[in-house]
Design a binder for this molecule. Structure first.
Ligand code: ATP
Ligand code: MG
Length: 424
């Protein structure tokens, strides 16, 4: 079989309708260069069969019971890098197609697929699969389990404020969208374990949450991870929701959370972590794991007083100061405490500013749509500050000429009299 069969294009059909699978199989049976090597009824079954049969081409339905074709596509492209995926669906709206392409699909056929078009597509993609196979064979490092997806070396970015209501969740949700671009992978972990509301901010609900991962912290793999994360369709950002009730917070141990965050680095480029405004083992662990902690202050005395206490504490704990990115949220263009005042008082550089805009932010939270995704986002006051912060983080992690992170240590704000707290 080996020689002859090796030249054949191996095709896997994934569709929940027996009739559709059978019709496609019959259409392909007369093509001497095409072998149907498997037929699966669900996304999960499709993944298992793809791993087992290593198809060149997968014909993938979108709507299926346990896992949809888009998620399955995402996993198969990682686990079986030679597989080229064609979405075969009645769903032809552009949002679905865009998501399918982002997940790694190569082409789209409408249902029922016209025979000629399907066969041509299979041959074309079969050829691409061969080329990919040859490339992988010449680069052994890429052909290990999970292909290039293992060890992405993702960056964990925690967002914290020692005072509640400073805007952490607003920032996390919008910053995630600002960091998402092209084919990078961005996710949000809601580690505000008692009162997490990322799901509310993004209008998302899901069966699974942080507890689902922490209780299996030692066994995280891509497939399990994908079924536990909730997809934010409009952006492609994935979300690990907070435990559903405050009591469930007890189930999240700091040690397990650490393992979860470390594992997520393998699969995501940016892991944004929302936190509660308290300091327990969980928060300290998040800071410990994080590559950057975005410290959110608002320009008012109570917030700055708490930030000052926080800086004093982390100094005692010998926490690396270069991890900290102090930013000001709710900055009022019309006046009030300025970044320069804050720097003078806290002796720390303000690394970003987000403008105040009550109407925009409130409307966005109440509608569950981050304002950064609004059609008129460019005109919204808080948007530029968020994009600048996203860019700063990207530059910090991928320094071009100089490493911007270095200036936190070296460049402190001028050591003048602490003017803001002087009033007390
Ligand atoms: N730039 C901004 N301009 C105007 N209002 C803002 C801005 N950022 C946040 N807010 C408002 O501040 C409130 C608190 O925001 P958010 O829930 O994001 O803060 P948080 O730090 O996550 O709070 P919590 O302590 O409850 O977790 C919200 O009502 C939001 O509308
Ligand atoms: Mg919050």
């Amino acid at each position: 079989m080996a020689n002859n069969a090796a030249a054949h294009i191996r095709v896997l059909i994934v569709d929940d309708f027996a009739e559709t699978r059978e019709n496609i199989r019959k259409l392909l049976q007369f093509e001497s260069d095409i072998d149907v090597v498997g037929m699966a009824r669900t996304g999960r079954e499709g993944i298992a069969l793809a791993k087992e049969t290593k198809p060149n081409v997968v014909l993938m339905d979108i709507n299926m019971p346990d896992m949809d074709g888009i998620q399955a596509t995402e996993i198969i492209t990682k686990e079986v890098p030679i597989a080229q995926i064609v979405i075969v669906s009645v769903q032809s709206d552009t949002d679905y197609l865009r998501r399918a392409m982002l997940a790694g699909a190569r082409d789209f056929l409408s249902k029922p697929p016209p025979a000629d078009e399907m066969i041509n597509t299979i041959r074309r993609l079969g050829e691409m699969s061969r080329q990919r196979e040859a490339l992988l064979a010449s680069q052994p490092a890429l052909s290990g389990p999970g292909g290039g997806a293992r060890g992405r070396g993702g960056k964990v970015i925690a967002v914290f404020s020692p005072k509640g209501g400073a805007g952490c969740t607003t920032l996390v949700t919008n910053l995630a969208m600002a960091l998402k671009s092209g084919d990078n992978k961005v996710m949000v972990v809601d580690a505000n374990i008692q009162f997490g509301d990322v799901g509310v901010f993004l209008n998302l609900q899901g069966k699974f949450n942080l507890v689902s991962l922490t209780e299996r912290a030692d066994e995280i793999d891509e497939e399990w991870l994908q079924s536990v994360l909730t997809n934010h369709t409009a952006s492609g950002v994935k979300v690990l929701l907070a435990p559903p009730t405050p009591e469930d917070a007890e189930l999240v141990g700091a040690g397990q959370l650490k393992k979860v965050l470390e594992s997520l680095r393998e699969y995501y480029d940016y892991i944004l972590v929302d936190t509660a405004s308290v300091l327990r083992d969980v928060e300290l662990t998040v800071f410990d794991v994080a590559d950057r902690v975005v410290l959110v202050a608002t320009p008012d005395i109570p917030s700055l007083a708490n930030i000052k206490k926080f800086f004093d504490l982390i100094e005692k704990l010998e926490f690396p100061p270069e991890k900290m990115l102090l930013i000001l949220n709710r900055v009022d263009r019309r006046g009030g405490i300025t970044a320069a005042n804050v720097e003078e008082t806290l002796k720390h550089t303000v690394r970003g500013q987000i403008l105040l805009d009550d109407k925009t932010v409130l409307a966005s939270i109440n509608s569950g749509v981050p304002f950064i995704l609004s059609p008129n986002a460019r005109q919204l006051a808080p948007v530029p500050g968020i994009f600048e912060l996203a860019q700063r983080l990207k530059d910090d992690f991928n320094p071009k000429e100089t490493a911007p992170a270095a200036d936190d240590k070296g460049r402190k704000a001028p050591a003048k009299q602490s003017s803001l707290f002087a009033r007390r």
